[in-house]
Write a new protein. Sequence first.
Length: 565
Amino acid sequence: MDRRRFRPARTLPGLRLCLGRRATLACLLIAALLPCGCVTDGLRQYVRNGFKVGPNYHRPPVPVAPTWIQADDPRVRGPMPRDGDWWRAFQDPTLDVLVARAYRQNPDLRSVGTRVLQARAQQAIAVGNVLPQSQRLLGLYSNGEAGGNPTHIDITAFNLSWELDFWGRCRRQVESANARLDASVEDYDAALVTLLADVATNYVQYRVAQQRIAIARDNLRLQEGLVAVAERQVQVGTATALDVAQLRTLMEQTRSTIPALEIARGQANDQLSILLGEPPRDLEPGLGPAPGGLPMPTIPAAVAAGIPADLVRRRPDVRGAERRVAAQSAQIGVAVAGLFPSISIGTALGHSDVKLGPLAGSGGGLALVIPQFSWDVLNYGRLANNVHLQDARTQELVATYQGRVLTAAREVQTALRGFLRSQEQADALARSAAAAASATAIEGRNFSEIEADVNRLFTLANARLQAQDQLAVARGNIALNLIGVYRALGGGWDLRLRDDRHYEGPIASHSDPLTLGEAPPVTAPPDVRGEEPAAADPSGLPEALPMRAPDPAAVPDAMDQGAGG
């Protein structure tokens, strides 16, 4: 393909700078005429943009469906979780404690929080560039001879240089830095959503493995009893050694499943330890059995899914992708500003004392004002292509943002389907497990009282084990799919907006069943629009301040063109 003939499928409105062979002449004319008002439309757009060249950013449109596929199912129109804490819907105090501890102690979340501080410092640097960029105190002293004549030079001055942001280059840089700062906050929120969902997922997997181990051991005790009965019946001649071997085979098969289930429980245990910011250790003494003797946390039957358009507001990773588009869009204005002359003012204030041999000396106050301008007239090809480069990068991020919205919708849809279908599967398996348990009990009594069919007993005992184990897995899948729904919806990120004291009670309590020891406090990143960071605490992070993310829903759905674009 001829690269010179390549055109993108879609460009942002008004960003097609056709700078061809007459690029230099055209830009010179535009730059010369624009301030004089001869290019009326461009001047109006320049004023409308706040005296900044380049496009003003508006949020790009995204493809969203009006409703979910399962919108008519009442189970997707459940009540909203209180305070947004979706994990509390499981009514499990142990899970609540795990979530609170992971929020405070997880090192990965802490690492993402420090990136917010970095972005905040970069934003402050960009704001500083709007002010005078150079301030220096100069001192010069010289005393000697030149051609046999004594000379003396003594100058002390304060130098200040300021580039006038006539075209909005510095202000566009501030816009870009602000958007990058917002994106870093969204990255923190996305990491928090992932952390909360991972804690709940591993906790449910731990409870499912715990229940499956209990089921296997219960069936193992039953099968050991059947083997003992078969061995007694061999002695009285009502059973054969083959019957004993057949039942013993089932018993050992059941026994062999327990180590594999203990491995799965151990993996969930170790992952929970890491999420809590601790080295792997046995959490079972602290976790104990499921609350209330239930096999696993209570699973709500409905979920508040909202509508697909909510994803743009709810999901931090979607909001972060949109903020990156905004940051890159501002870079187009920075590039366009490079096409115009740079105007700056230099000043020097101080004192001078100059004596050059027999010539009359001079001394006294020093005050200079030096207006300057520079224009890269001969570099217009490079500058114009830089505009094309920034435009193409913006289009790339727009496509990424739109793809992220589609991916988010797919993830929600998949999790919703799994949540609803897993409930139906669990209902059928519950009936199957009850029937298998009843049939096994009847056949077991027959086997102990009269001569019964060992093959039938073997089949029923095996079916009982399989049905109960599959039921435990299906119930776990309901919980995991529900967690997946809330993960895909971006639930839980607003935890950082609430008062941390809401979580201090169960964490600080000495009666807490989950004793994890002391850990350095980990807090949310500071307010990106608030005061300067407070003094660092011993953990190395500044004190947490309230922090709110931007509301992309308040931004229009178009990308329009600014002056110079």
